[in-house]
Design a protein around this ligand. Sequence first.
Ligand code: PMV
Length: 305
Amino acid sequence: MSGVSIGWGKVILLGEHAVVYGYPALAAALDRGVTMQAVPTPAGGPLRLDVPVWDLAVTAGALDDHHPIGRALGAIADHLGLGRPALSLVGESQIPVGAGLGSSAAMAVAVTRALLVWAKRKEDPAVIAEAAGASEGIVHGRASGVDVALALAGGIGVFRKASGLRKLALSTPLRILVAATTEPRNTADMIQRVTDATNGKKEDPRLAELGSLTDTGTTALLGGDLAGLGAAMNRAHAVLAGLGVSTPKLDILCDAARTAGAHGAKLTGAGGGGAIIAIAPREAEGAILAAWKERGVVGFQTTIR
Ligand code: PMV
């Protein structure tokens, strides 16, 4: 059995959706994600992927396979030129699936890394990004690449489609509260909703505002101004809601966090359900987690370094 490979989960602090149109996004890897081990099946058999905690069990398929994850697994193996080795990729996840926390990119990066370890090949970030990006293209359609960049690199940074991830060095670790709802959602549908709302035009003022909020929030974060970062997040949530990608539940959870003392709260990722995040003074964190719990959602705290 080979070693364990990881892909990190992520949160987008600012800039989701606008990033698809070329604007910057501020994003951070969680301290958790998806881990994967390649287990050879000596008696032969197909290339498989099993993530029991997600009830996921697929066989690597061709591009016309009915299961998108099976197609994605096949695409990764093809990108690496491995064919279909007799292996079971066995995964564990510490993040929920489909909640906007980058589970599919984390899985794709972990699968790619595990295959490279099994093939005794050196880890090349460009190769991993391309293989995992092919998987994301199948699962999500028009993806910017921000999820893959964070799943691979960890840490925090500003991502642009044209130039990739520019990592930031924080002088003080950033504490973020995260809550994943179980509202069903689909990234590709939400990206389509924004395309419909903006006619797919980069110049739409709402997309431009989301992009400039990334700049404002990043400057505030680097200057240690968490209230400024929180204000940018609150405004971004309102703009995203205006584009039609929030839900009443996400609005209620964000309001509850602000009432309980958060500097800022917003949906994170594609929206339409999924997760929210909040930045808060340390002494308000307990009240915010309690307010979410009262509303049926269990949150957690993650530290970004
Ligand atoms: O799949 P999610 O929920 O992590 O959304 C990713 C963020 C988007 O900007 C909506 C899409 C993208 O690929 O950047």
